[in-house]
Ligand binder design. Structure first.
Ligand SMILES: *Cc1c(COP(=O)(O)O)cnc(C)c1O
Length: 726
């Protein structure tokens, strides 16, 4: 109600739009998004699908017209009813299975969250995994509260210069026009959390994002009391500056813990998404030692209530800080803990490389009683990688298990594809949305007529290519796109040509340029007059990663070369929105990292559930997903050492001998039936198993209830309503 007062232009009859706009529930319910879009399609686009901004900018006449339109009101009532029911329902899957009792939650800590493109709080896969985790916990009624950072400069837009060099354009988040709420104190003034940092104090604002039933609290260091170097701590993700990065992690972990305390939110256990927030474990140690426990006892206690999910298979992926920096930044905290400098530093030392410094993954593994990797293969790699922490156990018994990642189906399934499933699921499982992680129910996919699935796929491909054209047209008209760049940016793409998509961060291990290993062979494949192929790339290099930027530039320059006939294109500014177009609209999703460096990978899962077929090296999730019929795998028998030529050859052969022939093998009806068969196999086998629903249920079944029960003797968990606690 209070928030509604900020929108005097909205008639009371439609006041629910305000509540709806401030809960990301709309982001995974297309019919709710439509309710906003129908107010003004043009402004909806201009506001980049951010309903709060839309509501702020629409004129009173528009609302009055909507409030007088019986058809609009009917849709409004239906959606609002669904939304309110979702938010007020006391019990869901979690309570049915585990019962309910006192309000205890899991506190989930992550440095990034990928929720929607209106909230720039992510860099890549780790963030989307966290975002999808929250959405799924909301859907399953899992009691969870999340902690993260409000990155005011999180939007780093990518612009490519005519020579393909990546420029980054920072867009500041307009906090007042984003679907986030400032958390206020008892008198209505902004709540401020203060904590010691190095040798002074830092003041933190708190913001809240409602992700369905799950509240996400974001720390914001941009407070006028803070000196400039403190104000910028939360401005951008993953600073390359060690000292700044360490401060970010101290604020996230220790500040995050303090914030939950000041908000009065009790939690029974913590779940760390990667090592960045591991300092929260120090806070928990501190509390227990203040309550009189010894250092060793406190460590044991903390291990009983903590879980750590590791996401990288390479040692360089973990944050390591010089011990001198740790001593300087956390010395006071260590003294309060009352442990010796040696004891303290030992918490973060790598047994095999103590000289490297304080390793956040080591800290997390030492203080978390449960640890897991994110695919079976990554589990094996992690057990070997961290073996030295458990030197007297054989590698297979190193206590790091795995829970394979999954993606939130309602977020990543295209609404038109979902409507198709609705039609054909109806006979056998009308509630398929609720049980989409049950493999058996997906057999229905075989009953979809080839023509229907194919036609929707073709229309999504057209939608993607039209989008690319329109973006280029606008940039060209605005003078930000040189005519020579039109080709490299997709001006000559053809919707009837087999389209292979490759979109991911430009980290070198992902080998975006693998397919360019033999440019002449690639040219023959792409320009085959009977079976042409086109390649569509997208992705950003980290602003500090010069090698990644050079790799990107090299691909961009290939794209513009006349001998490739305009069949290679680069789509600028990969983000959540671009990803949605790509994972719905290309024919093949290509993935060729250098094994075993892809811990899991999730974009291929998004593609698969939409009928986009994976062609991937056998690594990460695809080792579990591939069954011989649902896509293509390569790279199995690569030689030791440099495997580039081997993998590239395998990829070329696959495209020449299997992928292109199958794609162009259409009957008289113009439909490639064998291809559609593979699309169906991909949907049927991947959608249930690689859903966030399956993943979250695994976290719950294997960890959460034990953690919750450790905290209180009598394990009864209560449903938590999303709005009550603040
Ligand atoms: C899903 C997703 C990712 C992660 O994809 P990977 O396959 O794990 O590389 C990264 N960025 C965006 C925008 C995504 O949607």
């Amino acid at each position: 109600m209070e928030r509604y007062r900020e929108f005097p232009q909205i008639p009371e009859r439609l006041s629910g739009l305000v509540d709806l706009a401030y809960n990301l529930w709309w982001s995974w319910h297309p019919e709710a998004r439509l309710l906003f879009k129908q107010l003004s399609t043009a402004l909806w686009k201009e506001c980049v699908h951010n309903p709060v901004r839309l509501l702020r900018h629409l004129s009173p006449e528009v609302f009055e017209a909507a409030a007088a339109d019986p058809a609009y009101l009917h849709r409004y009532d239906v959606i609002m009813h669904r939304f309110r029911r979702y938010m007020t329902e006391k019990n869901g899957w979690f309570q049915e299975v585990y019962g309910c009792g006192p309000a205890l939650r899991i506190a989930y800590f992550s440095a990034e969250y990928g929720l929607h493109h209106s909230l720039p709080f992510y860099a890549g896969g780790l963030g989307f995994l966290a975002g999808d985790h929250l959405k799924e916990c909301s859907d399953l009624h899992v009691p969870l509260v999340a902690v993260g950072f409000m990155y005011s400069e999180g939007y780093l837009h990518q612009h490519l210069l005519p020579d393909g060099w990546q420029e980054n354009i920072v867009e500041r988040l307009d906090r007042e026009a984003a679907p986030i709420t400032r958390v206020t104190g008892p008198g209505g003034e902004p709540l401020v959390i203060r904590m010691p940092l190095v040798d002074s104090t830092i003041a933190l604002y708190v913001w809240r994002v409602d992700v369905g039933r799950v509240p996400l609290f974001l720390l914001d260091t941009d407070h006028p009391e803070n000196p400039p170097e403190y104000r910028m701590i939360s401005s951008r993700l993953y600073s390359g500056d060690r000292e700044l990065r360490l401060r970010q992690e101290i604020v996230l972990g220790i500040g995050g813990r303090r914030m939950l305390a000041e908000l009065g939110i009790e939690f029974a256990a913590v779940h760390l998404n990667e090592g960045h927030p591991a300092f929260v474990l120090l806070s928990l140690l501190h509390e227990r030692m203040q309550a009189g426990r010894s250092f060793e006892e406190a460590i044991n206690d903390v291990r009983g209530i903590s879980i750590f999910t590791t996401h990288t298979p390479v040692p360089a992926g973990f944050d390591v800080f010089p011990e001198e920096l740790i001593a300087r930044s956390l010395g006071q905290y260590r003294d309060e803990l009352g442990v010796s400098p040696e004891q303290f530093l030992a918490l973060g030392r790598h047994p095999e490389a103590p000289e490297q410094g304080f390793n956040m993954a080591m800290l997390a593994l030492r203080l978390c009683g449960h640890a897991n990797a994110v695919s079976k293969r990554h589990g094996e790699v992690s057990r070997a990688l961290f073996h030295s922490l458990w030197p007297d156990r054989p590698v297979p018994e190193v206590p790091i298990s795995s829970i394979t990642n999954g993606v939130h189906l309602p977020t990543w399934l295209n609404p038109r594809i979902a409507a198709l499933y609705d039609r054909y699921f109806f006979e056998t499982s009308p509630n398929w949305q609720e049980e989409h992680d049950v493999e058996a129910i997906w057999a229905f996919v075989e009953s979809i007529p080839d023509r229907e699935l194919w036609e929707i796929h073709v229309s999504l491909k057209n939608k993607l290519l039209n989008r690319i054209r329109e973006m280029r047209r606008r940039a060209y008209a605005a003078g930000t796109l040189a005519p020579a760049s039109l080709v490299a940016q997709g001006g000559l793409l053809n919707p009837s040509v087999l389209t292979i998509g490759f979109a991911r961060r430009f980290s070198t291990y992902k080998r975006a340029d693998l397919i360019f290993s033999d440019p002449e062979r690639l040219r023959r494949i792409l320009t085959n007059p009977l079976r042409p192929v086109q390649l569509l790339f997208a992705g950003k290099a980290h602003p500090a990663d010069e090698e990644g930027k050079r790799l990107l530039q090299r691909i961009y320059q290939f794209a513009g070369r006349p001998e490739f006939e305009g069949r290679i294109a680069f789509m600028e500014d990969y983000g959540e929105q671009t990803a949605q177009y790509l994972v719905h609209g290309v024919d093949v999703w290509l993935n060729n990292p250098c094994p075993p460096l892809e811990a899991s990978g999730t974009s291929g899962m998004k593609a698969a559930m939409n009928g986009v077929v994976n062609c991937s090296i056998l690594d990460g999730w695809w080792l579990e997903g591939f069954d011989g019929e649902n896509g293509w795998a390569f790279g199995q028998d690569a030689p030791e050492g440099d495997r580039t030529a081997h993998d590239a050859n395998a990829l070329y052969s696959l495209i020449e001998n299997e992928i292109a022939p199958r794609y162009y093998d259409t009957g008289l009806d113009g439909i490639p039936h064998a291809w559609v068969r593979m699309m169906k196999a991909s949907i049927r086998t991947c959608a249930p198993r690689f859903s966030a629903r399956r993943m979250v249920k695994e976290y719950v079944e294997r960890y959460y209830p034990q953690l919750l029960s450790c905290a209180g003797s009598d394990f009864r968990v209560c449903p938590v309503d999303g709005s009550g606690d603040r």
